[in-house]
Design a protein. Structure first.
Length: 411
């Protein structure tokens, strides 16, 4: 649902009633992953997608029905070999859809509205919803933030309801020591919040199963946890023409893109109008002073030893998603020797993608940027980079790093 937060937040702010259908589980070659959503308002306006077109019509009608009867439901769609005209996925996969009414007075509306507002503003939060378990809990929602700041909704304590020391506030509508929850066993909210935070810390979206009483045993209860996180970072070192094309590719993939170069004459807004940040500094000094995480990608395009070696010496020891460096094969070999002399280990060197990019036969800056972007996606998603024609590997890889947008995914 948070993948269409911008528009849904506008709907909620206007007081519109709507229903939202969210993919909660997939099997086989399903086109969309958990968290993908389609929403329909009272006027019949629809936004989003749950299947790329295969079952949109049927899901649209389920949303209209939920708006009328106020019932939360889970429906499964799959492929029917027996009936070619049956509603299903032509790709052969299976998807489970959670349909939730979000009307004035509905219990879930306050927490869903808070989650949408946070995601639309680019904030970090995890929205957990019950997708399988006791009927009375189906669709119940709980919102977990990294800290207690900027809480919306009446009754929020602003402190940690469970003594965890992080200032977390859980929103949902119970009016307990925190704002909301699932309304089941007292330990359920605490366990769900802890599990949701673990996914939020990784920027991931996925399902998890816990006991309805909050333990790992007892009656099973399944939650969909959607994580909203700020965009991941792409840092491009070297303000060259190839970097300008890579900035555009990075923005297209959803990254917050920074260009860093020690030469002020090259690192200018006129040359990089689409960059989110321009930094004039020695690359290794900037990298030491800036924040990176497990989703950050570092692209070193300077191919100059005085910049590359101290930068890569630091970069290869950081817990980032990707480190790539431009240069010919000869430059690559010479650079590796300098890095070894600087104390970089073979295990650290193995993390380096150099020469950067996939073998597409690229020549122009735009083609080269496409080559680099393709390698970043392959690393993030666990792809081989080989043509799909004639291959027998899965088209959609369930594992890999979180994607480069608002919502992450996990199998």
């Amino acid at each position: 649902m948070l993948d269409i937060a911008d528009e849904l937040d506008r709907w909620a702010g206007q007081g519109r009633d709507f229903a939202v259908a969210t993919v909660v589980a997939v099997g086989g070659s399903a086109p969309r992953q958990p968290g993908a959503a389609l929403a329909v308002d009272r006027e019949g306006t629809a936004i989003g997608s749950v299947s790329g077109g295969c079952v949109e019509g049927a899901v649209y009608e389920l949303c209209r029905q939920a708006l009328e009867d106020g019932a939360t439901r889970v429906e499964r769609f799959g492929y029917s070999d027996e009936d070619a005209f049956a509603v299903g996925l032509t790709c052969g996969g299976v998807i489970d859809i959670l349909v939730t009414p979000v009307r004035s007075g509905d219990p879930a509306r306050p927490v869903l509205a808070a989650a949408l507002a946070t995601a639309a503003a680019g904030g970090a939060a995890a929205l957990a919803r019950v997708t399988d378990g006791p009927a009375e809990l189906l669709g119940r929602a709980l919102l977990v933030r990294p800290d207690g700041a900027d809480e919306g909704g009446p009754g929020a304590t602003g402190g940690d309801a469970y003594g965890g020391g992080r200032g977390d506030v859980y929103e949902g509508g119970r009016g307990d020591a925190y704002e909301g929850g699932f309304g089941g066993h007292p330990e359920l909210d605490r366990t769900a919040a802890a599990e949701a935070r673990a996914l939020l810390d990784q920027g991931r979206t996925g399902t998890l199963t816990i006991g309805a009483e909050g333990s790992r045993c007892g009656r099973p209860l399944t939650l969909l946890v959607e994580s909203s996180v700020p965009p991941p970072r792409m840092i491009v070192f070297g303000a060259i023409d190839f970097a300008a094309a890579l900035v555009r590719a990075g923005k297209f993939l959803g990254y917050h893109v920074t260009v860093c170069d020690a030469r002020p004459v090259f690192a200018t807004a006129a040359r990089f109008p689409e960059a989110d940040e321009l930094v004039v500094e020695w690359p290794h000094r900037y990298l030491a002073a800036t924040a990176v995480d497990a989703r950050t990608v570092l692209c070193v395009l300077t191919h100059d030893a005085k910049f590359d070696v101290p930068l890569l010496e630091a970069a290869l020891r950081l817990p980032v998603a990707y480190v790539g460096a431009m240069g010919s094969r000869r430059t690559h070999l010479q650079r590796n020797e300098r890095l070894r002399e600087a104390g970089v280990t073979e295990l650290e060197l193995a993390r380096l993608h150099s020469p950067i990019g996939l073998d597409l036969g690229a020549r122009t800056p735009e083609e080269t940027a496409l080559s680099i972007a393709a390698e970043i996606v392959a690393v993030r998603r666990g792809g081989s980079g080989a043509p799909l024609t004639g291959a027998h590997t899965p088209i959609h890889h369930p594992g890999g790093q979180p994607p480069a947008g608002r919502i992450g995914s996990v199998a």
